[in-house]
Structure formats: C-alpha cells, structure tokens
Design a protein around this ligand. Structure first.
Ligand SMILES: Cc1cc2nc3c(=O)[nH]c(=O)nc-3n(C[C@H](O)[C@H](O)[C@H](O)COP(=O)(O)OP(=O)(O)OC[C@H]3O[C@@H](n4cnc5c(N)ncnc54)[C@H](O)[C@@H]3O)c2cc1C
Length: 303
C-alpha cells in the first residue's frame, strides 16, 4: 500500500527492535519514511483516514516499545526532512536530522553552541519533543522555532509556544516536528572539536556508551542525589530481570544484554521505583517514552 503514487511505500509489521537503540519492540502496524513536507502530510492524512495514530520516531534513542508492537503509523523522517542547511548563524535542520550531523555541519561552518548535544544520540525533532540536554544546556538554549505537522496541517511554533522545560515540551502525541531552526554563535572549528572530544571522554568514563540502552530511565528528582546515585545506593547496579540489566556502570541506564523483552525492562523500572520509594521516599518519574501497550505500575508496586 502507498499513500499516493510516487510516495514512499507504507510497510507493514516492521519490528520496532530495529528502530530503537535498545533493540526491543514488536512490529509497527505501519511504517513510512517521508522525504518531503508533502509526503509527510500525505502520510498523516493516510493514517487519519484509517483512524490510525501517528507516532513520529527519530533514532529511537529514548523509546521502550511493547513486545506486542504498536497499532499506529510510525513515521521516520528522511530525505530533505533529515537534511541540514546553514544560513548565516542559523542552522536549519529537518526534524529527522541526526544530532551528530547537525553538530558536524555546525563545526564545519565555524558555529558553536550545540556541542552539548555531542553525546545525545537522537534527532533534531526528537530533541524538541524531549527538550534534550546535557552539560547544563538543552534545546531551549538554541532553538528559535519548529515547523510542526499534524492532521490539521503545518505550522511554525516559536520557542515560547513550545513551552520547553526539563525533558518536557508542549507537543502533543501525533504532532511531528518536520523542521527546526537553531541559532548558533560564531566559534573557531578547532575549539568546537576540542570541546566535543572532552565531553565525549567524560561521557565514556561515566556511562555505558557501548551497550544497547535507551538513555536515562528516570528524570533526576528534586533531591541531593540524582536518579543514578539514588539507584546505586539502593544496590541496583547489575540487577537483572530476564535479558535486561541495570547498568553496572550507571544505575540510571538499563542495558539489553541480548534478548531483553520490554516486560523485563519495565519490571526493572518498577523494582527501581519501589526501592527508591522505600529507601528515600522519592517517587521517580520516568524519562523514557513508552510505546504501545506498556504501563508502569504505581510507585511502590512491582510488575
Ligand atoms: C546512550 C544514550 C545517551 C543519552 N544521553 C542523553 C542526554 O545526555 N540527554 C538527553 O536529553 N537525552 C539523552 N538520551 C536520550 C535520547 O537520546 C534523547 O531523548 C533524544 O533527544 C531522543 O531523540 P530521538 O530522535 O532518538 O527520539 P526517539 O527516541 O525516537 O523519540 C523520543 C520521543 O520523541 C518523539 N519524537 C521523535 N521524533 C520526533 C519528531 N520529529 N517530532 C515530534 N516528536 C518526535 C517520539 O514520538 C517520542 O515520544 C540518551 C540516549 C542514549 C541511548
């Protein structure tokens, strides 16, 4: 099936395990990779006519998808919707552009300000949705506006309209960031390169960068301990359920040791929340996005 002649084909049953960094997840009912704004709008209309939800996906680096898959049209932006262009001090990126590509283009153009994203393995659009950030900066510090598409059409939303907060935006499910504009600052390419090397070295020393994970499991609570230190103090480093394990390197990461299921990761998350509540009286809030029929039990309960 195809939304319109010449448009990219809609594939059925593509395993989400192939589309997520943690490598977990059953089939997407439908999957499409639009290359232009027109193709994206056609895909959204195609799903709307069939009563299917639309789920945008970037590099799947903050996603835990259900073992049974998801009853939705999963959309991954490609072509010009994943391209990067420099216009003076503006970096204009397709929502599907990888952060690494944005950073490479910024450095080559002698622009700084996006170095903080060097270890965030996602896309420009996924970063808007999550207000991704690291090392004291985040998308809200560089974003000017984003072109947002849904079944009602396409609209540029300014930074203040997107209401970016700690790993939060006002984007609703089904809204797709098709393009973003970042404002950067002139900076010598060698300095940008040096900063990236330093930040990457720091990251390698403290996080499981060579394992299959979905990044931070929980947001940092309002507590002197971050989520990682708190779970470490609960003795959870290395704790394993099925094929999922709390990282022995950083307790706020869950690793897929090879054959992990979504339910294994979810059970680990529930256990981590139970222990944090018992030992610290803190309800940890999830950072990872859940896709499909997956729900964390109330804090304190196990799966
Ligand atoms: C090793 C590792 C390290 C990480 N470190 C960090 C870190 O330091 N800081 C940090 O903030 N995050 C970190 N993450 C998490 C993740 O990389 C970020 O949240 C990233 O911004 C997600 O981008 P993505 O494109 O992969 O989105 P996905 O994981 O594909 O999707 C995440 C959410 O965004 C939505 N989404 C994706 N694309 C779009 C779009 N175009 N329009 C609208 N919504 C969209 C999805 O529907 C979903 O709700 C890390 C992850 C890993 C695996």
């Amino acid at each position: 099936m195809s939304p319109q002649a010449g448009s990219p084909a809609v594939e059925e049953g593509v395993p989400l395990a192939r589309l997520t960094t943690v490598g977990i997840g059953g089939p997407a009912r439908a999957f499409v990779q639009p290359r232009t704004l027109a193709e994206l709008e056609q895909a959204v209309a195609w799903a709307f006519e069939r009563g299917l939800r639309v789920v945008p996906i970037g590099l799947g680096s903050n996603l835990l998808a259900a073992d049974a898959g998801v009853e939705a049209l999963v959309v991954r932006l490609a072509g010009e919707l994943a391209a990067v262009d420099i216009q003076g001090e503006l970096l204009v990126a397709g929502g599907g552009a990888a952060n690494a590509v944005c950073l490479h283009r910024a450095r080559a153009a002698g622009l700084g300000g996006f170095e903080f994203a060097c270890a965030i393995p996602g896309t420009a659009g996924g970063g808007v949705r999550m207000n991704a950030g690291a090392y004291g900066s985040d998308w809200s510090q560089v974003l000017v506006r984003a072109l947002v598409v849904d079944s009602g059409g396409a609209d540029w939303l300014r930074l203040d309209e997107l209401e970016l907060g700690y790993r939060h935006s006002a984007l609703r499910p089904g809204q797709i960031v098709a393009r973003v504009e970042f404002r950067l600052v002139p900076h010598p390419p060698d300095d940008v390169k040096r900063t990236i090397a330093e930040l990457n070295a720091q990251r390698k020393a403290t996080q499981p960068t060579n394992k299959r994970t979905f990044g931070s499991v929980f947001k940092n609570p309002a507590h002197e301990l971050g989520a990682g230190r708190m779970l470490e103090a609960c003795g959870l480093k290395g704790h394993r359920i099925g094929g999922a394990q709390i990282s022995p390197v950083h307790a706020n990461f869950i690793e897929n040791t090879g054959d992990a299921k979504a339910v294994d990761a979810l059970a680990l998350m529930a256990e981590a929340r139970r222990r944090a509540l018992e030992q610290f009286g803190v309800v940890l809030e999830r950072e990872v996005e859940l896709l499909g029929d997956l729900e964390l039990p109330p804090a304190g309960e196990t799966l």
